[in-house]
Design a protein around this ligand. Structure first.
Ligand code: CAA
Length: 258
């Protein structure tokens, strides 16, 4: 039984939900949670009663990123050997459509997880960001690739290089999310969208998802690989140790460029 997610295979006819459930840690995506998420998606993909999947967090956080405390002491080689992104690769191969219902923080790996899904419904209080730069690293789960494709180079570059967050309204304006709705109904809205998709031919839906993704997937593979190597390389720097230690110790980091 998963401990850090809640899976409901038939929340509505044809629609399964997965709730990320580490509320105290703002749903920080540690290795266990991501492993559970991968296993759940593999199972739901094989469950013929399920036609569409909704992933959500809670009102305060979709997910505030990869778990910094779990990564803080790691070396570049540790990161390479742990190979945490193989889990993400499997998630990306889910054949059924996945909708991210996002409220609150979707930061770092949280923003990347939302972008790995096929569509995003955001609540008015959702905030998106790639703040890795503030802790001496960079996005490693597809942020540089997917954000740039979604919102264009200028906006993506600013977010990745400054770590600034954007509001749900900005995210909609830039084309990152499908739509923004009131906090009270963001999950219902995602469920409605999922219900519509669940009435379509599951075969046609699967093939159509695959085809839309194919528009950039070959190139995406290369980009993800390139990003991943550079992310690991940041763990060879003193700045990564300083940035993550500063987060854990709740102080401002002092970066030296080493
Ligand atoms: N990893 C581990 N713990 C986290 C976390 C994270 N990404 N984000 C939040 N938490 C923890 C906090 O440490 C805190 O725990 P304690 O109560 O034990 O101190 C708890 O969640 C609540 O967080 P805050 O007290 O910080 O809440 P806040 O409202 O003051 O701030 C926030 C919210 C702005 C989201 C802030 O928590 C924050 O900046 N989080 C980190 C965001 C981030 O840098 N994400 C990128 C991670 S790296 C990554 O994702 C790499 C990749 O590409 C795969």
């Amino acid at each position: 039984m998963p401990e850090l997610i809640i899976v409901t295979p038939e929340k509505q006819p044809g629609v399964a939900t997965i709730q990320l459930n580490r509320p105290k840690e703002l749903n920080a995506l540690n290795l266990q949670l991501m492993g559970e998420l991968r296993d759940a998606l593999v199972e739901l993909d094989a469950n013929t009663n399920v036609r569409c999947i909704v992933i959500h967090g809670n009102q305060r956080a979709f997910a505030a990123g990869a778990d910094i405390k779990q990564m803080a002491d790691k070396t570049a080689i540790d990161m390479l050997m742990i190979d945490q992104f193989s889990t993400w690769d499997r998630i990306r191969k889910t054949r059924k459509p996945i909708i991210a219902a996002v409220s609150g923080f979707a930061l770092g790996g949280g923003c990347e997880l939302a972008m790995t899904c096929d569509m995003i419904i955001a609540s008015e209080s959702a905030q998106f960001g790639q703040p890795e730069i503030k802790i001496g690293v960079m996005p490693g789960a597809g942020g540089t690739q997917r954000l740039t494709r979604a919102i264009g180079k200028a906006k993506a570059m600013e977010m990745v290089l400054t770590g600034k967050f954007i509001s749900a309204v900005e995210a909609e304006r830039y084309g990152l999310v499908n739509r923004v709705v009131a906090d009270e109904i963001y999950l219902d809205e995602a469920m409605k969208l999922a219900a519509t998709i669940a009435t379509m031919s599951p075969v046609a839906v699967m093939l159509a998802k695959e085809s839309v993704n194919r528009t950039y997937e070959t190139f995406l593979d290369e980009g993800l690989h390139f990003e991943r190597k550079n992310f690991y390389l940041t763990f060879a720097s003193e700045d990564q140790k300083e940035g993550m230690a500063a987060f854990v110790e709740k102080r401002a980091p002092v970066f030296t460029g080493k």
